[in-house]
Write a protein that binds this ligand. Structure first.
Ligand SMILES: Nc1nc2c(ncn2[C@@H]2O[C@H](COP(=O)(O)OP(=O)(O)OP(=O)(O)O)[C@@H](O)[C@H]2O)c(=O)[nH]1
Ligand SMILES: [Mg+2]
Length: 720
């Protein structure tokens, strides 16, 4: 194995730790290379082609994993070895030296009589286990070991499960529990779940049995499971017209059905289990080498070996690279731990609760150099024909004037709204002291119907009376149903509710709650953010919040607190802490922040913090400069430039982010955001919205895309 160690010269590098890291990476690279050689030898040995898409997929994933762990520069140095690796594998396999040491352990599960024991016998090509066509044959867990093509395979044969019914539940549970106990100390590499292809038809449903397996072993079992269909050469059924259905489409139909149920039990619609078609009958068609061949020409035993080898090699790479999550054909476990850098950047980004306070103070700062809307001289609004008669420059002047007046009018409205709220809160406080007789008639709003949601076409009635309507009863609570776009019809489609409120509890105390809850038969998900913010001493604030989110079957809860002290007119210093719980794991973080306003428009924010959990700590910080447009907050023009720095697990990542939102012309707004980090990952996002005609928007989008393609920009592009 060590013979394939890539030779790196270290160029007299004096930095000890840097050298050690490089050495570690080189060691990992050597190990992954030897795994690649092993994999290529195995593929040759079982007679599969290197062009098989599955083989390509595994090689690609190994390459990707190496890239993540070892780094591109290190990998480039060894890229010339790619061809060498293949040559070494070919040579080693031809000479048979060194001896290939590869083994895997397989657990078989399924209903009685589906052919579990018979399949094991077929794979070993000898009768190692008893089978019986008329009654259950395997009555206890039995481990059999054998060698196929020099690969040591160990099978755990289990007693068959009974079709699910209340009477059989006890037996099934007993079998599964004993299997669980059996594999506790030495878990299998691969699980085979058996069904009979000829028994699966549209009426098939043993959802309760799949559910029981999931309940006992946990959903993770399905991420490492191959679906095995026995009796794969059985006579094909006829379609409605008396023709025999096509083999491939019949198989796809049956496997899709079982896959659908598995996706149901793990609540993951994307899961795709590998499929293995099996035929154990002694009269099954054979090729010249005496191997059993399916009607589609596949040599199923070789395919079985291929699937297991791929699964095991990816699992080994996983262990080697110390990935928490699987590189398996599906993810290894259903639970993903939140990453520390992600939690840290959330903490540093802060919460938006203070923005309202800021907007209020912005509006109320009377240092405006704009005129007051009411003091403007009256203007004559032109009719369309009058407008048409104007010259081009007159038209522009006229539209500019209207624009200016619109800004002033909106500003006036915002100010009035903010004043009205303050007055209401003042009077509410007064009324609390002199009995609760405040007349808030002018604040009571009539119920307003929200516009109908755009719902995709489905099978429900066209009668609009049967649609869900949303009403806004007062301006404080907003509740809407949440539509599941995958829902079968609109009645089932609405399975959640989203609520939003912005409460002014007192003049100096505000609370916001935003949340969404969805409930299906098996699924429950919640996502909510609650925060309260207390303002004191002219703009200094204290805030506390509680966020809850479901992740799979777990809840992520975060409690956070922040304080901001306005120590000078243009300077605010703050600090914050957050505690996140995920299952029984805790992540604790803290940050300090300083914001400086330079003039009215420019704001500099500098922050730094750390986040710790599971024995690791991530450090990070950012510096942001944001420049507001002249008419902020009426027109939301803002440009900001951010530099971020994150250090985690001996790796430092520096990133830059630019975002800008502005008016391109009178009817067109544009937002551009771009980011790039030192790992050479980046994204470019351009959005335009225009009230002008559609064609103009399309021309703009097309020319942006063309310009970007010409400059061969990297990253994502989205244009709306
Ligand atoms: N035609 C055909 N018969 C099969 C196939 N697989 C299994 N059989 C037959 O089905 C019967 C039952 O097979 P077993 O291997 O005993 O089934 P099992 O799943 O181990 O059953 P338990 O041990 O009770 O759980 C045997 O007579 C097998 O010969 C197949 O692919 N095609
Ligand atoms: Mg058996």
């Amino acid at each position: 194995m060590d013979g394939h160690l890539p030779q790196h010269c270290n160029g007299g590098d004096s930095d000890q730790s840097h050298y050690k890291t490089r050495e570690k990476r080189a060691d990992r690279l050597a190990k992954i290379e030897s795994l690649q050689i092993k994999f290529l030898r195995l593929i040759r040995r079982i007679g599969q082609s290197l062009d098989n898409p599955l083989v390509g997929k595994v090689l690609y994933r190994l390459h990707l994993a190496t890239l993540i762990r070892v780094g591109e520069s290190e990998l480039k140095k060894s890229s010339f070895r790619n061809g060498v690796v293949r040559a070494i594998a070919t040579e080693e396999e031809a000479t048979g030296r060194p001896e290939l040491d590869f083994s895997f352990r397989v657990l078989v599960l399924g209903r009685t009589g589906v052919g579990k024991s018979a399949t094991i016998n077929s794979i070993f090509d000898q009768v190692k286990l008893v089978t019986d066509p008329f009654q259950p044959a395997t009555d206890e867990i039995e481990e059999v070991v054998g060698t196929v093509n020099g690969i040591r395979i160990s099978f755990i044969d289990t007693p068959g499960l009974l079709p699910s019914s209340p009477a059989n539940l006890r037996w099934n549970r007993k079998v599964l529990r004993s299997v669980k106990k059996f594999i506790r100390k030495n878990p299998p590499d691969i699980v085979l779940y058996f069904e009979r292809l000829d028994f699966i038809n549209i009426g098939y449903s043993d959802f309760p049995l799949l559910k029981l397996v999931t309940d006992i072993f946990g959903p993770a079992i399905w991420f490492n499971t191959i679906l095995v269909m026995t009796h794969s050469s059985a006579a094909l059924p006829e379609d409605g017209n008396g023709y025999v259905v096509d083999y491939e489409s019949f198989v796809t139909q049956c496997t899709n059905l079982v896959q659908h149920y598995i996706c149901g039990v793990v609540s993951n619609a994307k899961l795709e289990n590998p499929i293995l078609l099996v035929e154990n009958h002694s009269l099954c068609k054979k090729n010249t080498l005496g191997e059993k061949v399916l009607p589609n020409g596949q040599v199923w035993r070789s395919h079985f070996l291929l699937l297991c080898i791929c699964s095991k090699v990816l699992g080994d790479a996983n262990v080697l690279m110390k990935f928490q999550d699987g590189l398996q054909i599906g993810p290894a476990s259903g639970v993903r731990l939140p990453s520390l850098p992600h939690l840290l950047s959330n903490l540093l980004r802060g919460h938006s609760s203070s923005s309202k306070v800021e907007t209020d103070s912005e509006l109320n700062s009377d240092t405006d150099d704009d005129e007051d809307y009411d003091s403007l001289p009256p203007i004559r609004i032109l009719t369309k024909s009058q407008f048409e008669k104007l010259t081009k420059s007159q038209k522009d002047d006229y539209l500019d004037e209207l624009d200016y007046r619109e800004v002033l009018y909106l500003k006036k409205q915002l100010k009035a709204e903010s004043k009205k709220r303050r007055d209401y809160l003042n009077s509410k406080e007064a009324s609390v002291t002199n009995d609760d007789n405040y007349d808030n008639d002018d604040l009571a709003l009539e119920a307003v119907q929200l516009p109908d949601m755009a719902i995709p076409p489905s099978f429900d009635s066209d009668l609009p009376v049967h649609r869900y309507r949303c009403l806004v009863l007062n301006d404080q609570w907003l509740a809407r149903p949440v539509l599941d776009p995958q829902g079968w019809d609109h009645d089932v489609g609405f399975d959640g509710i989203s609520m939003e409120t912005n409460l002014d509890i007192r003049k100096d105390l505000q609370a916001t709650v935003v949340g969404q809850v969805s409930k299906e038969k098996q699924d429950f998900s919640i996502q909510s953010e609650c925060a309260a913010i207390y303002t004191y001493l002219k703009g200094s604030t204290v805030s506390a919040g509680f966020d809850v989110q479901t992740a799979g079957r777990d809840l992520i809860c975060t409690v956070h607190g922040e304080t901001e002290l306005k120590n000078y007119k243009c300077n605010t210093t703050g600090c914050g802490i957050s505690v996140t719980s995920f299952g029984n794991k805790f992540f604790v973080g803290g940050k300090v922040e300083d914001a400086i306003n330079v003039g009215k428009k420019l704001k500099l924010v500098l922050n730094g913090g750390c986040m710790g959990g599971l024995g690791q700590v991530a450090y990070g910080g950012s510096i942001t400069a944001s420049l507001r447009g002249r008419h902020y907050p009426v027109r939301n023009d803002i440009t900001s430039l951010t530099m971020t720095f994150v250090s985690f697990d001996k790796e430092n990542v520096i990133g830059g982010n630019f975002s800008s939102e502005f008016r391109l012309s009178r009817d067109t707004r544009m937002s551009v955001s771009a980011n790039l980090n030192s790992r050479k990952m980046g994204q470019l996002l351009i959005r335009t919205s225009s009230s002008e005609r559609m064609e103009i928007g399309l021309i703009a989008v097309a020319s942006i895309i063309r310009a970007l393609l010409r400059s061969r920009g990297t990253g994502d592009l989205s244009a709306e």
